[in-house]
Design a protein around this ligand. Structure first.
Ligand SMILES: [Zn+2]
Length: 313
């Protein structure tokens, strides 16, 4: 009799634990859905991905559709070009529908000639400004050799990358400026989710874009923070229009510029934006199903495991 009661108690306990685990799990998923982003561990090939590649103190962002279309925004530095090619292959990229070169600085276009040599690139979009550097001459030569469509960024131009995904050029309003402020600025929408890519645009360009396109056009879910998180970008007026729920900073570990600057991090925190950094996390991978954002964390534990670990240690 005593033994049976003990067994029943064990069964009851197991049921209670299972119900609790279920409730906690459901609650977590409900809450994460409500607040916009869900952490998950496995890249879902049926959803588009926006992948902020870890290329050190530089920028390179891959947009990947589930149906084989690809766009690359910037191509990192000269000395990571081969690594970038390998990363793109790892993401099963075979060709690029669009390669956007935000501006001719080496940390944005250094790897572009190598990318052009290794992949078929249909369209290149760049600002109406050049640079007197070997890096930029190599890029111009590679564009010519590839024979792809060479498009000058024009504010208001819109493109469809794949079904439900379009992007629009918001800057530069005026390319006749210093190279950073000539950065091509792009808004990308996939159904209800939106992203803003700003290259190295600084306060001057941010204000010019704000004047030209208005606050509503800048209001997005995810911001690729301008100029690696430098305090010369992300001015208060600009951030108050963009109000990104999530911000991604692409910068190198212990970089000599001190990026991201603490003023930028504080400003983003002040508007409640969650920050992801490539110097801390490596490649930052976000996915969208059109309504909901997912972050593919490199942490192998599942959200439920994380909760249980935080409760039970
Ligand atoms: Zn840069």
């Amino acid at each position: 009799m005593a033994r049976r009661r003990k067994k029943n108690n064990q069964k009851l306990l197991a049921t209670i634990v299972l119900v609790l685990v279920g409730l906690v799990g459901t609650g977590y998923l409900w809450l994460s859905g409500l607040f916009g982003i869900t952490d998950t561990t496995v890249y879902d090939e049926t959803m588009p991905g926006v992948i902020f590649l870890d290329v050190g103190q530089a920028d390179s962002i891959l947009i990947k559709s589930p149906t084989g279309e690809h766009m690359l925004i910037d191509a990192g530095k000269n000395d990571t070009a081969e690594q970038l090619v390998q990363m793109l292959r790892d993401y099963k990229v075979d060709d690029l529908d669009y390669l956007i070169l935000t501006h001719p600085h080496e940390d944005h276009v250094g790897g572009a000639d190598t990318v052009l040599e290794h992949f078929e690139v249909k369209n290149v979009i760049s600002p109406d400004i050049g640079a007197d550097s070997k890096t930029w001459r190599d890029v111009v030569d590679a564009i010519e050799a590839e024979g792809c469509m060479d498009i000058t960024a024009s504010v208001g131009a819109t493109y469809t990358l794949f079904e439900g995904c379009k992007f629009e050029i918001l800057g530069p309003v005026d390319a006749d400026t210093d190279l950073n402020n000539a950065s091509v600025v792009v808004r990308l929408d996939y159904f209800e989710t939106s992203f803003l890519f700003t290259g190295d645009a600084e306060e001057e360009a941010e204000k010019a874009i704000l004047d030209r396109v208005g606050r509503e056009k800048l209001d997005v879910d995810v911001l690729k923070v301008g100029h690696h998180g430098s305090s010369t970008s992300s001015c208060a007026e600009f951030l108050s229009a963009v109000t990104p729920s999530y911000s991604v900073i692409s910068c190198g570990k212990d970089n000599s510029y001190g990026h991201p600057h603490s003023e930028t991090v504080t400003a983003l925190q002040k508007i409640g934006s969650q920050i992801y950094r490539t110097d801390q996390e490596g490649t930052v991978i976000l996915q969208s199903n059109g309504e909901q954002l997912y972050r593919i964390s490199s942490d192998p534990s599942t959200p439920l495991e994380k909760i249980l670990n935080s409760i039970f240690g």
